[in-house]
Design a protein around this ligand. Sequence first.
Ligand code: ZN
Length: 310
Amino acid sequence: MYTKTIEMLEVSPRDGLQNEKRLVITEDKLALIDRAIAAGVRRIEVASFVNPNAVPQMADAEAVCQGLPNRDDTTYIGLVMNARGAERAIATGRIDQLGAVAVSTDAFATRNQRQTSDGSVEACKEVIALAKSAGLTAQATIAASFGCPFEGEVGQDRVVEMAQWIAEAGPVEIALADTIGVANPAHVSQLVAKIREAIAPLPVRAHFHNTRGTGLANVWAAIEAGASTIDASIGGLGGCPFAPGAAGNVATEDVTYMLERAGIHTGLSLASLIEANSWLSNVMQKPLPAMVGKAGGFPAPTDNTERTAA
Ligand code: ZN
C-alpha cells in the first residue's frame, strides 16, 4: 500500500470535448466544470484558445471563462499554442495558468501548428514569458513524447533536450503527453525518470490516451517513476484525430479508482465522478469509454443509490 498523494488535472472541458462532433453548449461546459469541482478537482483545463475554424468546439472559450465560478482554491488553465492565444487567454482575466505546447517532431508540429519542432519550443517559451509578464503561471506539455503519427518512434534524447530547453523559460511543470496513445509502461518509466532528472526540481505531469488500452498501465508507471500530476478526462472522453474511433483520455474515474484502491490519495470522490459520467453521457447522447463509470466502484458505497442505469 502507498500513502502518497497524486494531483489529478481534469482535461474533459478541453481535450475531452475538442474532437467531439457534437457541439456542446457553453452552459453544459460550465456544468461539467461545476461537476468536476464538486468531485474534488482543483486544477482544470477549461478551454483552448485556438482558431475556432480549426477547432469549432473551442469557439466559446471566452464565454466559458466568463462563466467560471469564482474560487481561490481552483486553478483554471487555458491551453494556448502561440502568443495570440496567450493574449486571448490573458484578456479573459479568468485564467490562472497558461498551458503551452511543444511538439516532438517536425511532421507533427507542421500539421498541428504550422511550425518545426524547434519552432514549437520557441513558441512555448514565448507563451511562458507572456504568462509570467501578465502575473500568471505557465506549464508546458511536450506532445507526442512517446510516438508520432507521421514520423513513428520519437527518440527519448529529443524529448529530454526539449524539456531542458523549455525549463529555461521558467514553467511551473513540464508534461509528457502520449497524444496518440502508443506508449507502453516500460517506455513511460524510462522517459519520466529521465525528464525528472533533467528538469529537477520542476515536477513532471503525465498525459495519456487509452487509444490502445495501455492508458492505466502507463499512469501507474508514470507515478512509480515520480510523476506528480496525472491528466484525465471524466468518462474517458477525448478521441484522437489521428486514430479515428479510438478511446480518449484516460478516464478520471478509472484512474481515481485504481489509485485510491492502491492507497494513493487523489482528493476526488469516485461516487461524484460516476454521477458526472452519467450526466455527461446524457449530454453527449452516447455511452462513454470509462470502465468504472459502467461498473461502479468497489466496495459499493452505501450512498450509491443515486446511480441510474443511464
Ligand atoms: Zn491529449
